[in-house]
Design a protein around this ligand. Structure first.
Ligand code: GAR
Length: 210
């Protein structure tokens, strides 16, 4: 059974999707062992508590730099014997020490079809504001492995939805969460825990069940 840590910063609806999927037995060979929040006020911590999952806070404001915060996070994840790190609405950019500590073992959910609307400054509602301002007809979500380049690692799963004429950023965000994010993230986590994701350069091959 792989031990999973979910890193959060806010509401935690993606964490909830993982908790619910785990409750339905859909996270095969994996178990959520910890939730780590970058903020003590994140509602995600309450979701963790309700589900009986230990919650920890590593607050960016307690550290002088992203590098120092990343080092503290790596220490905590090692102490907890974590094998898969999931960034589920985690809003601090981690430094390369994190990727070195967990090579091809960190998954991130991004609310757009990477490489569109990705990279520094593209997070949360801003992503949907940018997509609407650009006038795209499709958007969606991407689960990818985390590499040193922000939002640049190998893509595991993607799903698209239509952008509708009267969409606001909030309406588009909700559609992408419901139809894409909350489905893709548990699927990707379960595939990882079954050792079914094989990284080949930039591509990720999904292996059949044994
Ligand atoms: C989600 O839409 C997630 O994809 C996005 O933040 C939201 C967090 O919501 N992540 C990013 O923008 C990362 N670049 P949640 O806390 O309800 O899961």
């Amino acid at each position: 059974m792989k031990r999973i840590a979910v890193l959060v910063s806010g509401g935690g609806t993606n964490l909830q999707a993982l908790i619910d999927a785990q409750g339905r037995g859909e996270i095969i060979n994996g178990s959520i062992a910890a939730v780590v929040s970058s903020s003590p006020d994140a509602y995600a911590l309450e979701r963790a508590e309700k589900a009986g999952i230990p919650g920890y806070v590593i607050d960016r404001r307690d550290y002088s730099s992203n590098r120092a915060m990343t080092a503290a996070l790596v220490d905590k994840l090692r102490q907890l014997d974590i094998q898969l790190v999931v960034l589920a609405g985690f809003m601090t950019i981690l430094t390369e020490e994190m990727v070195r500590a967990f090579p091809n073992a960190i998954l991130n959910i991004h609310p757009a079809l990477i490489p569109s609307f990705a990279g520094p400054g593209c997070y949360g509602l801003h992503v949907h504001e940018k997509a609407l301002a650009y006038g795209v007809k499709l958007s969606g979500a991407t689960v990818h492995f985390v590499s040193p380049e922000c939002d640049g690692g190998p893509i595991v799963l993607q799903k698209a939805v239509e952008v509708l004429p009267d969409d606001t950023p909030e309406v588009l965000q909700r559609r992408i969460m419901e139809q894409c994010e909350w489905k893709l993230l548990p699927q990707a986590v379960s595939l990882f825990c079954q050792d079914r994701l094989k990284v080949e350069g930039r591509a990720v091959r999904i292996l059949d069940c044994l």
